[in-house]
Design a protein around this ligand. Structure first.
Ligand code: IMP
Length: 194
């Protein structure tokens, strides 16, 4: 079977992809290939960071690889926190610190429009491909719901009156930035193999 590396150690993301690719691609994690080094993601775009991770594996291990990078872009903040979403409130901050900082930054701001974006970079047989997923919505004025992670308690996707946290993973995966980018990657790989 074809082997491909997913440059992540996030078991949740890995398991999701493995189930879908079952039978036509064996998906390996960074741990599976013995890659324990820290990959420095210092690009200033999502595309750049996804590509850095995919290239690290392809160059060092000579394997086909894909990697993802996501961020939340808030219109009234000129696209911030964007590529810096994970460390918006500082280097070792928690998800709650980030949510608090975002709500404070938007205090009294009318324009609550925001979008989550995911970019997946794929290195396959000497070629590079990028797949993008986007989910438009707005930032709630206070956090609601228990589920999910990151900015889920304050992100309300368009067409819903609930936050990602309130909607739960099943609904979220169908409409989310990551879900859409992953679907594009999977369709591409399925057609590529045939
Ligand atoms: P990553 O590239 O998937 O690790 O995402 C980077 C950061 O963006 C995360 O640490 C979160 O702060 C934020 N983020 C990405 N995707 C989501 C999501 O689906 N819900 C909430 N926050 C997210």
């Amino acid at each position: 079977m074809n082997k491909i590396v997913f440059a992540t150690n996030n078991l949740h993301k890995l398991e999701e992809i493995r189930q879908i690719m079952d039978g036509f691609y064996e998906v390996l994690s960074l741990t599976d290939i013995g890659c324990y080094e820290e990959i420095v993601e210092d690009a200033d775009t999502l595309d750049g960071n996804a590509q850095i991770k995919a290239d690290f594996v392809t160059n060092r291990y000579h394997m086909d690889c894909f990697a993802d990078d996501s961020g939340l872009e808030v219109e009234a903040l000129n696209g911030a926190p964007g590529v810096y979403s994970a460390r918006y409130a500082g280097e070792h901050c928690t998800y709650q610190d980030n949510v608090d900082k975002l709500l404070a930054a938007l205090d009294g701001v009318q324009n609550r429009k925001a979008a989550f974006r995911t970019v997946i970079a794929l290195n396959l047989q000497g070629q590079t491909y990028h797949f993008e997923g986007r989910c438009d919505g707005m930032i709630a004025t206070e956090q609601r719901g228990e589920g999910g992670f990151g900015y889920d308690p304050v992100f309300q996707p368009d067409g819903y009156d609930k936050t990602f946290s309130e909607l739960g993973v099943e609904v979220k995966n169908k409409i989310s930035h990551r879900g859409k980018a992953t679907q594009k990657l999977i369709s591409f790989l399925q057609n590529y193999v045939k």
